[in-house]
Design a protein around this ligand. Structure first.
Ligand SMILES: [Zn+2]
Ligand SMILES: [Zn+2]
Length: 386
């Protein structure tokens, strides 16, 4: 539950404008961060007082708070988001210069100090702070063999890369570093604007020095101080043996260059493996077909089989059926990270002769008689041949 705003300032609900101002000034001085360096409790009290004052010093907001118990967003009496001030704060009607406990600048430090440097944070987006480079994606086609055995490829990629002239500093080589006049060396730009609701104060990271407070005397003549230039870089990609279709290889730091000292992005290479006329692949195993003659299947034989690695002799036993699969151990694809080798499977397909010489045909007929192949009696096709 949010604390009661009147309670925070220690005043009654019918306090006058003057009472509110007085109570706030007292608290702001009492809990001012200058007097309580590193004291979280004081810091919290100081913030609460500011938040309470923001609502109660504004007639409209105060009326709304009295009626609904909140201003703006649900459950948040301050109506400015859970994070606090969103980078701006209304100091209307208050002169901190006379506060005694410190000036306007100190209040700024409380709200914007520390985190303002280097960018980030609500309402303080820094255009010039360090930013990581984008990741890049690239598609690469490999042959069946390249994927199986691994290879080395080179890609030409046009991308933002770290400037060669300034090596990413943004300064012309040999240039001195000088005090940043734009932000007076504080690293941030403070602005106080007059608005309908009074004065609005904002702070943002200095564009000129990126919040450093110091800047190069001469900015880099090649990248104009942006630290990156667009150029075509050749990137070597090592394809490990065993890589499969639709795998992705990540090259850390080979994406777009980071800006102002931010880290580089990564390069992702998506691999597509082309098919092979001789082989198919399932995981790390390779499959191929071997056609043999009917008589080789019947009588048995030795045949030559091509694998990824070498030609091997495969023994076909007599009486081998068409479709039988033989395993050739560890003649498949090397597994990634050297965890073994897949196998090669040969599927034997028995070819039935389609063209016979007169003599061959006679011999097949002889064979059919000898084999007593069951036929459909005297009317069967085969029996008519005899
Ligand atoms: Zn500056
Ligand atoms: Zn440069």
């Amino acid at each position: 539950m949010a604390k009661d705003l009147y309670e925070i300032l220690g005043i009654s609900k019918d306090a006058s404008e003057q009472d509110i101002k007085k109570a706030y000034r007292k608290m702001a001085q009492q809990y001012h961060p200058d007097k309580h360096k590193g004291d979280k409790e004081a810091e919290k009290k100081f913030k609460e007082a500011n938040e309470a004052y923001e609502v109660l010093s504004d007639k409209q907001k105060r009326a709304q708070y009295d009626q609904f118990g909140s201003v703006g967003g649900a459950g948040n009496p301050f109506g400015n988001g859970a994070g606090g001030f969103g980078g701006s704060y209304d100091f209307s009607g208050f002169d901190f210069q006379q506060g005694g406990a410190g000036g306007f600048a100190d209040i700024f430090e409380t709200f914007f100090g520390g985190a303002a440097r280097g960018g980030g944070g609500a309402g303080r987006s820094s255009k010039k702070g360090p930013r990581p480079g984008n990741d890049l994606e690239f598609a690469m086609e490999l042959t069946f063999e390249e994927a199986a055995f691994g290879t080395q490829k080179e890609l030409s990629i046009a991308k933002p890369a770290t400037c060669d002239n300034c090596h990413g500093s943004g300064a012309e080589p040999g240039s001195k570093t000088v005090h940043c006049e734009t932000c007076s060396g504080t690293g941030e730009i403070r602005q106080v604007r007059q608005t309908l609701f009074g004065q609005m104060a904002t702070a943002k990271v200095c564009d000129v020095c990126a919040g450093e407070g110091r800047r190069p005397e001469k900015i880099c003549s090649v990248c104009n101080g942006s630290t990156v230039i667009r150029k075509t870089e050749r990137v070597k990609v090592k394809i490990p043996a065993g890589v499969d279709n639709e795998s992705t290889i990540r090259l850390s730091g080979k994406g777009e260059a980071g800006v102002y000292g931010g880290p580089n992005g990564d390069l992702y290479v998506h691999v597509r493996v082309a098919g092979s006329k001789k082989f198919t692949r399932k995981g790390y195993d390779v499959y191929s077909d071997a056609h043999i003659h009917l008589l080789q299947a019947v009588l048995g034989d030795d045949i030559d089989v091509e694998t990824l690695h070498k030609k091997v002799t495969l023994k076909i036993p007599a009486g081998t059926q068409s479709g039988k699969i033989f395993k050739l151990k560890e003649l498949g694809i090397e597994k990634l990270r050297g965890t073994g080798v897949g196998d090669h499977y040969v599927k034997v397909i028995v070819d039935i002769p389609t063209k016979l010489s007169r003599k061959e045909k006679d011999m097949y007929i002889q064979l059919a008689k000898e084999s007593k192949i069951p036929t459909k009696g005297k009317d069967g096709f085969l029996s008519k041949l005899f």
